[in-house]
Design a protein. Structure first.
Lengths: 299, 245
């Protein structure tokens, strides 16, 4: 090997060292991240539960019309599993990357589908966002970049759907900003959803995942099928002032109705002081009182 | 020839770095001067998660989503807020294991160049995050307290920004929730403080928290409360600890 060739290799090696140093603004995102489940990000799955949301009157009215039987309609089966379900659902993250074979840069990260939730592709190659008139899809369009040690991304162009699986709506004009932080073996996903129609203030949810030594399940996204609801049949719904479940959560845990219905003031500490003298604690818990779980304790 | 020149230049740079490494280190800059992010100011809890466990007092005996051990169950089921009040223990749910989840406001300032101070209006607590902690022998002898002793380090990211990491120990036993779900004095807490921009020049503070307790937890308890920045302290409302609310 000639001296010029050896020196060239040395130069390349030094370049690699300096490049690696620059790349430390990023973290390794690829792999399986299991949900930890010690935070309640979607509460108790009762039909009317809008706790922790700052809703407009329009959103509340529309949410109260929602009947879960709508999920048996082919055209509505995927409605509840939009991009926001990434942090609202019970599943983990199975992340892969796609690289440019020529310059070895990451073109995109893909968070794999899980049951009804469609995979999310985070484009990292700087491609332009689609036109406002472009097709909206269930997953939408997501572009990302690295910033301050976090993976920062924004999702647009998704179909109108839900911000909570209890039928709380989100328009197709909404924007979801994401930040993925990694600290040790924990990745925390921060979602900031903004909707000019249905949210008075952004819905902010953070959820943590732990690195999994074993690969997580990978399943197909939302696929529609006949579930007994005939085409052209009426849409199951309630009149908003006659939703039979409106008081269920209220009675179950003695919760203030305006909190259950997502009035904006209820997400700030002042509200806690306001209800201090009127709140009556529920009776002691006697059944299914502990550990993790998604579902409500029925007394 | 170009390759030769580049290699020589690289060696010169590397040599310079090596010489610098042998020189006595420059005096360390204070933590305040090294801060990759600014978390000072007033912050208000934005309670969009765990609402039912934070904004109201949950039912006695309920500890859902907390990986409590069997040893914790007698304490959970014996919770008596009146007894805590009588014993002067009304701040048990305001210790470092839960204080960031208590709905309220934070006021974060630099107490000195190497110590961040977090004051809370709910429970009127003060946390000191020390970047240059006292030597370990002295620290170990300090009395246990609700907020314990916290050691802070910056985790800067290349290109700017970063995170604040805080490790806390030497705690008095407390509650992870108002309704008496316990943590012991052997608990350690690791927090990462991150910031994120919001619309209209707003700012969000995210506190990823990992609580580990070999006595009363079967697994780490992981939560991530978040706060919105406020322009000033006009809504600051100090309220003493309460064992029941």
């Amino acid at each position: 090997m000639g001296s010029n060739a050896m020196l060239s290799k040395l130069v390349i090696a030094l370049a690699v060292v300096f490049t690696a140093s620059t790349a430390s603004a990023q973290f390794e995102f690829v792999g399986s991240w299991a949900p930890i489940g010690t935070e309640d990000v979607q509460n108790d799955s009762v039909p009317v539960d809008y706790l922790g949301l700052a809703l407009t009157d329009e959103a509340r009215t529309r949410a109260l019309t929602y009947d879960e039987s709508q999920k048996s309609m082919i055209e509505r089966q995927c409605e509840g599993w939009g991009a926001a379900y990434l942090v609202l659902g019970p599943f983990g993250l199975r992340v892969s990357s796609q690289t440019d074979p020529v310059n070895n840069t990451v073109v995109s990260y893909t968070i794999g589908a899980w049951e009804d939730w469609n995979e999310m592709v985070i484009w990292m190659d700087g491609r332009p966002r689609p036109s406002d008139l472009a097709l909206h899809t269930q997953a939408g369009f997501t572009a990302g970049h690295w910033e301050g040690g976090a993976l920062v991304a924004r999702t647009t162009h998704f179909k109108g759907g839900f911000i909570r699986k209890t039928g709380v709506p989100l328009t197709d004009n909404a924007v979801i900003d994401w930040r993925f932080y990694r600290h040790g073996d924990i990745v925390t996903v921060l979602m900031i959803a903004t909707d000019p129609v249905y949210l008075v203030e952004p819905e902010i949810v953070s959820k943590s995942f732990r690195m999994s030594p074993r690969p997580l399940d990978y399943r197909a996204g939302c696929v529609t099928g006949y579930e007994g609801h005939e085409p052209l049949a009426a849409v199951p719904h309630f009149a908003p002032d006659r939703n039979p479940f409106v008081d269920e959560f209220v009675k179950l845990y003695h919760l203030p109705k305006e909190a259950v219905l997502g009035y904006p003031e209820t997400v700030y500490p002042e509200y806690r002081k306001k209800i201090k003298d009127s709140y009556v604690p529920p009776p002691p818990c006697t059944d299914s009182c502990g550990a993790a779980g998604n579902f409500v304790v029925r007394r | 020839m170009k390759a030769v020149a580049a290699a020589i230049a690289a060696f010169v740079v590397a040599g310079s770095l090596a010489v610098r490494a042998q020189q006595p280190p420059a005096p360390a800059r204070a933590a305040r001067d090294r801060a990759p992010i600014d978390i000072t100011g007033y912050w208000v809890a934005y309670v969009t998660e765990n609402w039912r466990y934070r904004m109201v007092t949950p039912a006695k005996g309920e500890y859902r989503r907390i990986p409590s051990s069997r040893a914790a169950l007698p304490i959970i089921n014996a919770w008596d807020p009146a007894a805590d009040e009588r014993a002067g223990e009304q701040c048990k749910s305001y210790g470092a294991g839960n204080i960031m989840s208590v709905p309220g406001r934070l006021h974060i300032t630099w107490q000195d160049a190497d110590t961040l101070k977090i004051e809370t209006d709910a429970g009127m607590q003060t946390r000191l995050l020390e970047f240059a902690p006292k030597n370990s022998a002295t620290a170990g002898a300090a009395a246990r307290s609700w907020q314990g002793q916290s050691t802070a380090t910056w985790e800067p990211a290349a290109g700017g920004g970063g995170s604040l990491r805080v490790a806390t120990r030497n705690l008095r036993p407390g509650y992870l929730r108002k309704n008496g779900v316990p943590y012991s004095e052997q608990t350690t807490i690791t927090e990462n403080f991150d910031v994120a921009p919001l619309a209209s020049n707003g700012m969000l503070l995210l506190v990823n928290t990992v609580v580990e307790d070999p006595i009363y937890l079967n697994a780490p308890y992981v939560i991530s409360p978040h706060f919105k920045k406020e322009p000033d302290g006009s809504k600051w409302d100090p309220t003493p600890c309460s064992a029941s609310w």
